[in-house]
Design a protein around this ligand. Structure first.
Ligand code: PLP
Length: 313
């Protein structure tokens, strides 16, 4: 992943060159992680580039901001336009999209009282998050020694900058021990989620996943996959998942905007069933990419065109 191709950034209402999109070292968020963000993807479709689930991501951004008392000085429509502008100015057909709202510089007291709210949108091309081969071959995960924090410690359903140091610790540990990704348990020993992904298990052609009672971020891809699975006739059950459920699963996969739908082939060196992507995961993936690529009319409403079609007179 590089930022080489990004030339423009949207900041506080205007598009500025990448080289000018700097922030001061006294920014509150730099010291304490006091910001909220989103991760979205823009996909190439037959009708041009389109942002997948833009409304749902903006909804979560404003909810995360409200939990932290961050007042975003733009409407959702203005931010949606900002995102589209930024993609267009950079001339991307597909890219990752990162809106970020954070407390800037005024005080370094913990209460960010007078800090201005800064809003930026970054865009850059980002291929398969867990590596080019991961979508087909799957990833090798380890159960992390770091637990996912409980929702009474931090609001797990909010996507806030500082909360991600928990994920960073987990993924660094996993990679240092030769794994692709970490799987975190909650404080009660149930499976929570990956460092940046939700978890699904497949058993007897049924999908099992957990929910906010297990300290997860309620993923938008998770919701999309639940709907796709239902329409494919796979029942989806939500409840607590134990490490044993994963080891005894027929298939397992991660979901996330960055990771999309990524099979999990191995847990701490133990293969899940055949250790290969299973048939249910493959069907879910095919349907997911048909939706993101604008090739399935049932799911067109999930795509927000970057270039609004010009109305003919
Ligand atoms: C901790 C965590 N869980 C789950 C997800 C998946 O969420 P989404 O599908 O909305 O990208 C993400 C990614 O944003 C994440 O960071």
């Amino acid at each position: 992943m590089t930022f080489d191709q990004t030339r423009w950034v949207w900041r506080n209402g205007e598009i500025i060159p990448w080289s000018e999109a700097n922030t001061h070292v006294s920014a509150h968020a730099l010291h304490y992680g006091s910001g909220v963000f989103e991760g979205m993807r823009c996909y190439e479709t037959p009708d041009g580039p389109a942002v997948f689930c833009l409304d749902a991501h903006l909804e979560r951004l404003y909810n995360s901001a409200s939990v932290y008392g961050i007042e975003i000085p733009y409407t959702r429509a203005e931010l949606a336009d900002a995102i589209c502008d930024c993609i267009q100015r950079n001339e991307f057909n597909s890219c990752y999209v990162r809106p970020l709202c954070y407390y800037g510089s005024s005080t370094l007291g913990l209460h960010p009282a007078k800090c201005p709210v800064e809003v930026v949108v970054l865009t850059w091309p980002w291929a398969a998050y867990l590596g080019a081969a991961s979508l087909e071959r799957g990833v090798r995960v380890t159960i992390s020694p770091w637990l996912k924090f409980h929702s009474q410690m931090m609001p797990t359903t909010a996507k806030a900058c500082g909360q991600y140091v928990n994920s960073i610790l987990a993924v660094r540990d996993a990679v240092s021990r030769g794994f692709d990704e970490a799987l975190l348990l909650d404080t009660e020993g149930h499976l929570a989620e990956g460092s940046g992904e939700n978890l699904f298990i497949v058993r007897n052609r049924k999908l099992l996943t957990n929910d906010e009672r297990h300290s997860i971020l309620l993923g938008i891809t998770r919701q999309v996959v639940m709907q796709i699975a239902n329409e494919l006739g796979y029942p989806v059950e939500t409840g607590a998942l134990r490490p044993d459920d994963l080891l005894g699963a027929d298939e397992a996969f991660f979901t996330g905007t960055a990771a999309e739908v990524t099979p999990i082939c191995e847990v701490d060196g133990v293969p899940i069933k055949s250790g290969r992507r299973g048939p249910v995961t493959r069907r879910i993936q095919e349907n997911f990419f048909a939706a993101t690529g604008g090739r399935d009319p049932r799911y067109r409403h999930w795509l927000h065109p970057v270039r609004q079609p010009v109305m003919s007179a």
